[in-house]
Design a protein around this ligand. Structure first.
Ligand SMILES: [Zn+2]
Length: 73
C-alpha cells in the first residue's frame, strides 16, 4: 500500500494523508502510561480498502515490546 498499489484489488488509485482519518491514537502501555501516536492513512479509491501506519514507532513506542505480548507466540 505504501508503494501506491492496493494489495486487495491491484489499483494504483491510492491516496495518503497523515492523520487523514483520525487525529491520532492513544496507545496503552500500562497503568497511567499512554502514548499519543499519529498515523499515515492510505485509502484505495477503487475498492475502499484502507491501511494505517503509525508514525515514529521505533522511537515513541520503544518500550512497547516489554509491555505488549509478541504476536504468534
Ligand atoms: Zn483497492
Amino acid at each position: 500500500m505504501k508503494s501506491g498499489k492496493c494489495p486487495k484489488c491491484g489499483s494504483t488509485e491510492v491516496y495518503t494523508k497523515r492523520s487523514g482519518m483520525q487525529s491520532g491514537y492513544t496507545v496503552g502501555m500500562g497503568f497511567a502510561n499512554t502514548k499519543h501516536m499519529e498515523a499515515d492513512d492510505y485509502i484505495c479509491m477503487a475498492c475502499g480498502y484502507f491501511e494505517q501506519y503509525l508514525v515514529d514507532v521505533s522511537s515513541k513506542l520503544k518500550d512497547l515490546p516489554s509491555k505488549w505480548k509478541k504476536a504468534g507466540q
